[in-house]
Design a protein around this ligand. Structure first.
Ligand code: GDP
Length: 551
């Protein structure tokens, strides 16, 4: 371990930071939960803007109008709020149409993730993909099962699905009392209190009562009157004595058969605490937030070429996980989003770009929310800042003070869209080639070429379709060249590591293509998941990777 001395001020700030991302499938309730979390942090204006931003995103059909959309749909940034003396940095992961490599890369900057699952739908495709990235990084994941106010699936079945799909132990922290129209509260399994929900007032502060199942049953049957903390008769809508018995049984079952949450196993990604709630009616959100603050680790050590670097050391360091071009149409600038890994950031400080060895002053660092920009004077481990960079940075770059450190490179993710880009105007060919080269270098898009063909056709590839629109737009606006996109039928890349001889013996589906990526690594492009399973079956003992981690 790098035994750099810890700085007490940095340590103090580090300990109160929580930096996380929400992973979910569209419509599971990420926006609603984000809004409610921000409200607890008192950020009412920002909470409103989150919703506004989303409706702009989904309501706008002209995705090509990037000029208008810029800074909204394409930029994922961070929402910051305070709660319980903690500074919470919620990384905004793009979803829906703008799902892209940025969505994955954002998880590289998070210390934990919250997985939001719709009770009626269970684990959906996008959630699954994002969870795999969290598992790769071994970051802890908390689960929020949303929409318990609506009819949904059996709760035990949801837990079982999480465990089966993700090989992780799902440990419920609360249990809903009824669901759908009968939903009347949650049982906090730790404190053993029932938090009562009243759908008429939707007041989450209706209070709680001690869990005494017999008394609750009697109350529901009309044989006894329970009162809440304020002394008012308890409303347990729609509950019948039978339903109370059912929930009682489930709770006993979960208590007896279920595991208990162990902090170290959670941190290693072996367990996920599960909270049931309803983001829309704000029920269970505060309970979840309190649990989150307790469990989510503050920024810790980060692995580098000189071993783990402690976040609380004095020297500043950070890494670039996202580069956004043209955020401001008037300036045509590029902003590198950096996650601070250690030390203190101060405006105007001088840092070294570890890759190039170049020294740079950072006169302007920004916090960006949609189109709002705010200058940052000071920032600490776990914080995200945007640095205006005239082409100095690449994705994965480390910036640091003192002796250079190189943090682990960002992984490369299997693209889902492939195309050949053509430049119809031959007189602009040079600018076009230079533009593509720079965009690939910057990480805006991946590139593969057929290693066996003499034509060296370049296949560009991206996780999200929108990345192609961005590339097309930037080629037009920055390099003044138009582009035709010729789609290719591939749906995924799988990287492998074999000798030339072994490569010659590979058994591959007819429709696949052996290629090299922009770094010279071997991969095969495939047209379907079925083909991916086929190559794995036909080539036992060879590892094919959907995520390339090595440098
Ligand atoms: P996102 O796509 O994951 O950001 O999902 P949203 O937060 O926009 O939610 C999608 C839809 O589900 C919206 O119509 C929300 O009002 C609704 N919704 C979100 N949370 C809940 C909830 O707890 N209960 C119910 N009944 N609806 C919800």
């Amino acid at each position: 371990m790098n035994t750099a001395k810890l700085d007490s001020h940095v340590e103090q700030e580090r300990k109160r930071r929580r930096t996380f991302a929400i992973i979910s499938h569209p419509d599971a309730g990420k926006t609603t939960l984000t809004e409610k979390l921000l409200l607890f942090g008192g950020s009412i204006e920002i909470a409103g803007a989150v919703r506004g931003r989303k409706s702009q995103r989904t309501a706008t059909s002209d995705w090509m109008d990037l000029e208008k959309q810029r800074g909204i749909s394409v930029s994922s940034t961070v929402l910051t709020f305070e709660y319980d003396d903690c500074q919470i940095n919620l990384l905004d992961t793009p979803g829906h149409h703008d799902f892209s490599e940025d969505t994955y890369r954002t998880l590289m900057a998070a210390d934990a993730a919250v997985m939001v699952i719709d009770l009626a739908k269970g684990i959906e495709a996008q959630t699954e993909k994002l969870f795999r990235v969290c598992a790769l990084r071994k970051i802890p994941v908390l689960t929020f099962v949303n929409k318990v106010d609506r009819p949904g699936r059996d709760r035990l079945e949801i837990l079982e699905e999480i465990e089966r799909k993700f090989s992780i132990e799902a440990v419920p922290q609360n249990w809903p009392l009824g669901s759908g129209r009968d939903f009347s509260g949650v049982v906090d399994l730790e404190s053993d209190r029932i938090h009562v929900f009243d759908p008429n007032t939707q007041a989450r502060r209706l209070g709680s009562i001690e869990t005494d199942w017999q008394a609750v049953r009697n109350h529901v049957a009309g044989d006894q009157l329970l009162r809440n903390d304020a002394g008012e008769p308890l409303v347990l809508n729609g509950l019948t004595p039978e339903l109370v018995d059912e929930v009682h049984e489930e709770v006993e079952l979960v208590r007896m058969a279920g595991a208990t949450l162990e902090a170290d196993r959670f941190l290693r990604g072996e367990q996920t605490p599960v909270y049931f709630g309803s983001a829309l009616t704000d029920f269970g959100v505060e309970h979840f937030l309190k649990g989150f603050i307790d469990l989510c680790p503050p920024p810790g050590n980060r692995l580098s070429n000189i071993g783990p670097v402690p976040a609380g050391r004095k020297d500043f360091s950070g890494f670039v996980f996202k580069i956004q071009a043209n955020l401001d149409p008037r300036h045509r600038d590029r902003v590198a989003f950096m996650r601070i890994s250690s030390g203190k950031f101060e405006r105007d400080m001088e840092v070294t770009v570890a890759r190039s060895g170049k020294r740079l002053r950072l006169p302007r660092a920004l916090r960006i929310f949609g189109q709002e920009r705010e200058t940052v004077d000071l920032a600490y481990p776990g914080d995200i800042i945007g640095v205006v960079c005239p082409g100095e940075f690449r994705l994965g770059d480390t910036l640091c003070e003192g002796d250079p450190v190189h943090y682990e490179p960002l992984p490369q993710f299997s693209p889902e869209f492939f195309a050949v880009l053509e430049c119809p105007d031959t007189s602009r060919r040079k600018q076009f080639d230079r533009g593509i080269e720079q965009l690939v270098e910057e990480g805006a898009i991946q590139m593969f070429h057929d290693a066996r063909s003499t034509r060296r056709e370049m296949i560009l590839a991206a996780v999200g379709e929108l990345q192609f629109d961005v590339v097309k737009f930037r080629l037009e606006s920055e390099y003044n060249t138009s582009t035709n996109i010729q789609w290719r039928p591939y749906k995924m890349a799988r990287w492998f590591n074999l000798s030339e001889e072994e490569k010659g013996q590979l058994k591959l589906p007819f429709s696949s293509k052996i290629v090299r990526d922009q770094f010279g690594h071997d991969a095969v492009l495939l047209q379907s998941e079925w083909h991916a399973q086929t190559i794995q079956r036909d080539n036992p003992g060879i590892e094919f990777h959907a995520i390339r981690v090595s440098p």
